[in-house]
Design a protein around this ligand. Sequence first.
Ligand SMILES: NC(=O)C1=CN([C@@H]2O[C@H](COP(=O)(O)OP(=O)(O)OC[C@H]3O[C@@H](n4cnc5c(N)ncnc54)[C@H](OP(=O)(O)O)[C@@H]3O)[C@@H](O)[C@H]2O)C=CC1
Ligand SMILES: O=C(CO)COP(=O)(O)O
Length: 323
Amino acid sequence: AVLASNGHDCTLWSRRTEQAEEIAEKHTNEQYLPGAVLPDTLKADHNLARAVSGASIIVMAVPTKGIRKVCRDLNSVLEGPVLFAHVSKGIEPDTHKRISEVMEEELDREICQGIVVLSGPSHAEEVIRNQPTTVTVAAKNTEHARRVQDLFMNQSFRVYTNDDVVGVEIGGALKNIIALAAGVTDGLGYGDNAKAALITRGLAEITRLGVAMGANPLTFSGLSGLGDLIVTCTSVHSRNWRAGNMLGKGKSLDEVLDSMGMVVEGVRTTKAAHQLSKECGVPMPITEALYAVLFEGQKPIDRVELLMGRMKKNETEDLAGWS
Ligand SMILES: NC(=O)C1=CN([C@@H]2O[C@H](COP(=O)(O)OP(=O)(O)OC[C@H]3O[C@@H](n4cnc5c(N)ncnc54)[C@H](OP(=O)(O)O)[C@@H]3O)[C@@H](O)[C@H]2O)C=CC1
Ligand SMILES: O=C(CO)COP(=O)(O)O
């Protein structure tokens, strides 16, 4: 919608015929964005080959578990090289790859000019209403990031560039873990102190892992780090927060996921980050607690007690060696 309202010739691809028809003909998307009106000029098609025909840039906005398959499907329908931008937030369990790494692995070299990541505090429910939104784009090639910045930027959608692809992708992925945890503490009936603790100490553990993976620590104070942490931990729009909230109120993970009807990326990402923290030897106590609740059947309240009862430490000891 942002691209179409900026005057670009833009076609959405949906895997379902009825969803593509609703978007193309009625300019609505009732299941995912109830009440929203999409630009008249925004086209939609369920046929992937037709949707991408003639495209100079492809924005990948599929949930992370679908990325590999969609990339493979694109290999068979794309002719010339195009620039890719992705907005998906996650890390692949088991391979521990970031989304741009997964795309690099799957996309044929001849069709992929480069990959840009676009991330930041940007709930779709507000973007579609032209409410002020700011995001970050990062790419290995600065010109590619600037191109995506130019395409998306307008009076209500402000885009910054950043050179740190690893940091932008890691921040966007890991904030979902903390948003799930913030939902859990709200579900348990805790207040703003607990939420602020999670955001702040969550940022510390995201930064710890990110730096171990090669990110610039400053990136985590930016839109794709702290910015997205704030928006997902404090907003009712966040699916991760909502899922955590139900867990905190006593629902099982299966019950929660069955009732969501939308992607909750933080669940897969918790698994990936938990594996990564062990592999890299980086302590991630909040992630570990959430992993135990999601995958080991532990009670949220017991994990809160364990978190609060850990050994004493200095708040800034992690900062040593980051210069
Ligand atoms: N929503 C938001 O505000 C933001 C989301 N993101 C990120 O964008 C990504 C997508 O999220 P979002 O659109 O919100 O997710 P939703 O669950 O709201 O929508 C998913 C859409 O993708 C389709 N889809 C689901 N699985 C696949 C698949 N395997 N292959 C192709 N299409 C599929 C769904 O189709 P169907 O109905 O047929 O299942 C539906 O149209 C996530 O990584 C998310 O973290 C980033 C910033 C903001
Ligand atoms: O990433 C988002 C906003 O920036 C959306 O978060 P949820 O997936 O939790 O809804």
